[in-house]
Structures are given as C-alpha cells and as structure tokens.
Ligand binder design. Structure first.
Ligand code: DGI
Ligand code: FE
Ligand code: FE
Length: 191
C-alpha cells in the first residue's frame, strides 16, 4: 500500500498548477530511469512526486520550519533560499509524510545540488528533474539522450548547465554541486 494518491491530492492543493504537473512528470521520468538503471521504480515514482513539496512555500516559512526542527544548515545554505525546498522537503517527508527510507529522504534532500557518491535513486531523481516531459529548454533533447545512455553523462551535462547559469548570474555555487559534478566527471574519465 503506498500513499501516492494521497500525496497527489495534497500536491494539487499545495503547488501551482505548473509545478503540480511538473511533479507528476518527474515521477514518471524517475520511474522510467529506475527501470533502466536498476533501482526501485516505486520509490523513484514516489520521490519524483514529492520532491518539490515545499517549493511554493514562502522561503521564510521554510527556513523557520527547518530551524525549529534543529536542521543543521551551513551559512551558505541559509543564504540561498532557492536551496531551501530540497532540505525542507526531505525534513517534511520524514516528519509529516511518514517516509522512513533514508535513500528516498536523501534523494529529496539532494535533488537540487546533487552530491558526492550519490546512490542510484539519488541520481535517477536528480536527472528525472531535468528531463521531465514539460521541460523545453535548449538542449533538453541532448539531456534526454544522455539520460538513456549514462547517468554520469547526464549529470555532467545537467550540472554543466546549472553551474554555467549560476556563474552567469553571479550566484554562489554549493560545494555539493561541485562535488556532484567532479564525481560524475571522474566516473566518465575512469571508464
Ligand atoms: O525545483 P526545480 O525548479 O524543479 O529544480 P531544482 O530543485 O533543481 O532547482 C533549480 C534551482 O536551484 C535553480 O534556480 C538553480 C538553483 N541551484 C541549483 N544548484 C545551486 C542552485 N543555486 C545556488 N545558489 N547554488 C547551487 O549550487
Ligand atoms: Fe526542486
Ligand atoms: Fe523539480
């Protein structure tokens, strides 16, 4: 018995229509990638559904929820509201949605930055977020091709976009973002 139907109804209320549809699409993509790369497709689907649970909540609300639950945050994390929803969503999933699977909680926690040594589920969700059906940025076709071929190739491609964009907009790059990029790049260079 899973709670996906309940999550979908809650998300329909919580999220803008656009982000609600994004969440359904990420769930589908995550399940598809899980079947290719050999992690649990049901876990991938559920994480895809709920990965942006907190994204439309006011940043101040997310921050106070995290601080009142004593979540450890670095100074950089406190200063980057765009990163809140991944940390906040993972905490919320543990405390309020009854998710106990640490791999699923990590896949939510690291879906925005990635990190070093991601599990297959973490990588699958990270990439599903880039290739979900409604995404139509320049280069999404290449991303979709790479996602079918290799998770590491897709991670390098996706984080290449993200890091380039962050530099162009003069934003701070989270160390986990750099770690995730280097980790995937090492994996490609070693093969
Ligand atoms: O929630 P989504 O829009 O589906 O996608 P996401 O969770 O990957 O969030 C993307 C946003 O996160 C985008 O505005 C860039 C930002 N982001 C990702 N990595 C970093 C980052 N922002 C900062 N400052 N530093 C990062 O390392
Ligand atoms: Fe997100
Ligand atoms: Fe997302």
């Amino acid at each position: 018995m899973n709670k996906n139907a309940e999550y979908i109804e809650a998300l329909r209320e919580r999220l803008t229509e656009k982000r609600f549809l994004h969440s359904l699409n990420v769930a589908d993509s995550a399940k598809e990638l899980a079947l290719i790369y050999g992690c649990d497709p049901e876990k991938a689907y559920t994480v895809g559904l709920i990965h942006d649970w907190c994204k439309d909540d006011a940043p101040g609300l997310q921050l106070s929820y995290m601080l009142s639950n004593s979540l450890a945050m670095t100074e950089l994390e406190i200063n980057e509201p765009k990163l809140y929803h991944a940390m906040c969503g993972s905490l919320y999933a543990r405390k309020e949605l009854g998710i106990t699977d640490e791999d699923m909680l990590n896949a939510i926690r690291y879906h925005t930055t990635g990190r070093k040594n991601m599990s297959i589920l973490e990588k699958v969700v990270f990439i599903a977020d880039f290739i979900s059906a409604e995404r139509d940025y320049n280069g999404v076709d290449v991303m979709r091709e790479k996602a079918k071929r290799s998770l590491e190739e897709a991670i390098v491609e996706g984080l290449g976009f993200t890091i380039t964009d962050l530099i162009e907009r003069a934003r701070i790059i989270h160390p986990d973002t750099v770690d995730a990029y280097n980790d995937a790049m090492y994996a490609l260079q070693k093969r």
